[in-house]
Ligand binder design. Structure first.
Ligand SMILES: CC(C)(COP(=O)(O)OP(=O)(O)OC[C@H]1O[C@@H](n2cnc3c(N)ncnc32)[C@H](O)[C@@H]1OP(=O)(O)O)[C@@H](O)C(=O)NCCC(=O)NCCS
Length: 170
């Protein structure tokens, strides 16, 4: 776990003070997004980027949150049956999550995910679940280990109900 290694970790809203130029997760689109697009998305209210900052100021990871909606009948039938028949269900999109490859495997990804879930659950805006689009099978496995469930017909799209996330932080 991140806190086992004694490193003081901070999660901050992305700002001009954060050096993004050296960030490298190993997945080029995620790196390019962070370097080129994340600031603009923040300014235009398309996504809220958050960065993981180490004690020496290094940016070791980032994620983005925004609002989204899912089609009621894309959810597992068992889940959908219990919900009101609104065609669109409000959700929170964890659009991107990446850890610099020099720092992968230290628990930072799990730490960032927990931070994202905590921000999502704390919001006063109603949201049924946190939703992610896994970029590849590794990412999908990472989320499955963190109790995310796949959408029945879209195995790379996963969700974790807010009611479940609430239990996590009780
Ligand atoms: C996926 C990613 C965010 C994980 O971050 P990380 O800091 O390396 O992961 P952690 O050290 O917090 O590991 C958390 C758990 O996930 C597991 N895990 C980490 N990376 C994994 C992977 N690629 N596949 C499967 N499991 C993985 C770890 O083994 C650990 O579980 P354990 O404690 O039971 O052993 C990071 O490797 C990354 O940025 N990868 C490239 C970008 C990417 O794929 N992003 C996913 C969003 S689409």
């Amino acid at each position: 776990m991140a806190d086992d290694i004694g490193e003081a970790l901070r999660v901050e809203i992305l700002g001009a003070q954060h050096d993004r130029s050296a960030f490298e997760s190993g997945i080029e689109p995620l790196d390019r997004y962070f370097r080129v697009q994340a600031g603009q998305d923040a300014r235009k209210n398309m996504a809220a980027p958050f960065v993981l900052v180490l004690s020496d100021g290094t940016v070791a990871g980032y994620y983005t949150l925004s609002s989204t909606a899912v089609n009621l009948w894309d959810l597992p039938e068992k889940t959908a049956r219990k919900l009101p028949r609104y065609p669109l269900v409000p959700a929170t999109l964890l659009g991107r999550l990446a850890v610099d490859r020099r720092h992968q495997g230290k628990g930072y990804g799990r730490f960032l995910l927990a931070d994202a879930l905590f921000r999502a659950v704390r919001s006063e805006i109603a949201s049924f679940a946190v939703v992610v689009d896994a970029k590849d099978d590794n990412a999908r496995r990472f989320y499955e280990r963190e109790s995310f469930l796949s959408f029945p017909d879209q195995p790379m799209k996963l969700f974790r109900p807010m009611a479940d996330i609430e239990q996590l932080f009780k």
